[in-house]
Design a protein around this ligand. Structure first.
Ligand code: AMP
Ligand code: MG
Length: 413
């Protein structure tokens, strides 16, 4: 039996990011960039106006005040999206809109509010210094500059920048295809007529949902009977995927064949059994180079093992650097006790009140009590060595619910 930390390290050491693929920038949202983005041209591409107003030669406006305006001749109208046709000579101005390129000769823009049009002339009420209200070519991004680095997660800001640089497609790390199979003679699929001695393979769906939530693609391989030939056949078929997850059949019962099959087909079972609760009977190995997780059959064990080991694996395959859920410190609202030598992941209800987090157990913690997962928005992580925890103590909680990372309105506003 190995520790949670050793298990995680063993697993992640074998995982490398998948190759990249080209996708549309909107499809790239939330994915990890697999190339450096170098600007093909300046941004903005030319000097342009940052205000609606008049493009002028700064030196022509010397001494201008609202009581003694400078009067300039307006020679052109430059809406955004047009190219100026006339260069400014002494005593001239062009009416210009925000974003329009500056005409030759102009070195400042006087905003509309500081002017008064008068026929084909304009009264300038302020003295403009050189560069006033001009955006310089390349002031945002310079041609040849690396703007976004490989390994960055694409957020709306990156999508905007890629669009501004004229990139409609980018390389991102592929999403792994994850094969899911459920083992057990007692299992039926969701719409099969139920009978009292059969149970619905809820793991097939919970795992698929976890896979999707992690950003990967599901390859559903269905239910497999606890028979050697069926299991071998299914595991072999599953090697088409980038990652294989099975549930059940990893305990010490007579029909728990998965770990033997993993050895036989894969010839590489790295470990079995982790010092944690729930989720102790976890098998990890590979078949023909494809990583395989043999998750425990009990629904809660399966989900929690996935959280601790499979989710970081999928994120690493997708090129992510941050692999873990947010951990918070919360004040315990009750006493808790546990056995020594195992890390416990207790289902907890976290709440935020007056600037701090509080947490309590969701109640019955059996590994078959799926309701304890439904009620939980966090996992209370209780360390191996400690056996008792007092009400009021601070404990670490892994947040399962991203909305709990958001709190009430911050009081610094
Ligand atoms: P096993 O590890 O195969 O002995 O499974 C342990 C228990 O988990 C079984 O007795 C079932 O009650 C439950 N179980 C196993 N596989 C599934 C599944 N796919 N969906 C829901 N429950 C399961
Ligand atoms: Mg079984």
């Amino acid at each position: 039996m190995i520790s949670v930390d050793e298990a995680l390290k063993t697993i992640l050491d074998t995982i490398v990011p998948l190759p990249v693929e080209k996708v549309n920038i909107l499809a790239a949202l939330g994915r990890v960039l697999g190339e450096d983005i170098v600007a093909p041209r300046h941004l903005p591409p030319t000097n342009n106006s940052s205000m609606d107003g008049y493009a002028v030669r700064a030196r022509d406006t010397g001494g201008a005040k609202s009581t003694s305006p400078v009067i300039l001749n307006v020679i052109e109208d430059i809406p955004a999206g047009t190219v100026p046709q006339k260069a400014l000579a002494a005593g001239q101005a062009s009416r210009i809109m925000t974003g329009a390129p500056l005409p030759e000769g102009a070195d400042a823009v006087v905003r509309m509010e500081d002017t008064q049009p008068d026929g084909r002339q304009v009264h300038i009420h302020v003295e403009a210094r050189q560069g006033l209200d001009i955006r310089l070519a390349g002031e945002d991004v310079r041609e040849g500059e690396t703007v976004i680095f490989s390994g960055s997660v694409i957020r709306p800001a990156e999508v905007g920048m890629l669009a501004a640089l004229g990139r409609s497609f980018v390389s991102v790390y592929q999403r792994p295809v994850v094969a899911i199979l459920a083992t057990g003679d007692e299992l039926v699929d969701i719409d099969e007529p139920p009978s009292s001695w059969k149970i619905i393979s809820s793991n097939s769906y919970a795992t698929a949902a976890q896979v999707i939530e992690s950003g990967a693609t599901v390859l559903q391989l269905g239910i497999v009977k606890d028979r050697r030939e069926s299991l071998i056949e299914k595991f072999r078929a599953a090697t088409r995927a980038d990652l294989i997850i099975s549930s059940g059949g990893v305990s010490v019962g007579d029909y728990d064949l998965v770990k033997d099959i993993m050895k036989e087909v894969g010839n590489a079972m790295q470990f079995w059994q982790v010092a944690m609760r729930p989720g102790k009977p976890l098998a990890f190995g590979s078949i023909q180079g494809v990583p395989v997780f043999g998750l425990p059959g009990n629904p809660v064990s399966s989900m929690i093992s996935f959280e601790q080991f499979v989710r970081p694996t999928i994120l690493k395959m997708m090129g992510h650097k941050n692999l873990y859920r947010k951990m918070i410190r919360a004040t315990l609202e009750q006493d808790l006790a546990k056995r020594e030598g195992m890390r416990y992941f207790m289902r907890g209800q976290v709440r935020w009140e007056a600037g701090r987090y509080y947490v309590r157990s969701t109640g019955e913690q059996g590994s078959g009590i799926l309701k304890s997962m439904v009620r939980a928005n966090g996992l209370i992580v209780l360390p191996e060595q400690t056996t008792s925890f007092r009400k009021g103590e601070e404990v670490l909680v892994q947040l399962l619910d991203r909305s709990m990372e958001q709190t009430d309105h911050p009081d610094y506003v």
